[in-house]
Design a protein. Structure first.
Length: 201
């Protein structure tokens, strides 16, 4: 059932939040994404921070489109409803264990502190459990990335482990902290009154 459902998510599927639309990534995203990745504020110690030219960004977007088509991962471009400007992206990647999905996100430095990461990631977690019938949503954040860890905690995710070699940048292993939320945790959280969002990426 889950396998069929995963492969049924069409490229025309658009998700919505109070301020944003989440859509399939397109080639037209290249300039705005590169503007984010090339910003002096964007961290170099993450994979996307290594992309430095339009050709690299386009290749990455085309890879995201291919993974969407095969059903192994979904990357949504997040645009503001008010002006359709790209504010970031958020993704779900299928993990080895059935029902487990890996969450990732980034926002343009111009939009940091406005809560877009939390808003978009909340919608994606809802999609993972509500429509992909996921059992667990997992995420890893670099040990130095307190802001992303804050977003994950706001989603109701809990710290489950530390990974000394979470990912590698230019041959250097980057330690990460790993978080997850189960379907049961998400369901309990969905029934609880939610506090107002504080500023986050």
């Amino acid at each position: 059932m889950t396998e069929d459902l995963v492969r049924s998510v069409g490229a025309d599927r658009v998700l919505e939040t109070s301020r944003c639309l989440l859509r399939h990534p397109e080639g037209s995203d290249v300039c705005r994404a590169l503007d984010a990745f090339a910003s002096q504020s964007f961290p170099r110690e993450v994979p996307l921070g290594q992309l430095s030219c339009p050709q690299q960004v386009l290749k990455w977007i085309e890879g995201a489109q291919a993974r969407w088509a095969e059903g192994s991962a979904y990357t949504w471009t997040v645009v503001r409803k008010s002006d359709h400007v790209l504010v970031g992206q958020v993704s779900l990647s299928r993990m080895a264990d059935p029902g487990r999905w890996a969450l990732a996100f980034w926002t343009h430095p111009e939009c940091w502190g406005e809560g877009y990461a939390t808003e978009a990631a909340q919608r994606i977690v809802e999609f993972a459990f509500g429509e992909l019938h996921g059992t667990v949503v997992w995420a890893g954040a670099a040990r130095w990335n307190r802001t992303s860890r804050h977003v994950l905690k706001r989603l109701g995710m809990v710290h489950v482990s530390d990974n000394a070699g979470g990912y590698v940048i230019q041959g250097i292993p980057i330690p990460t902290k790993e978080f997850e939320i189960t379907r049961e945790m998400w369901q309990r959280r969905s029934r609880e009154p939610q506090r107002g969002a504080d500023p986050a990426r």
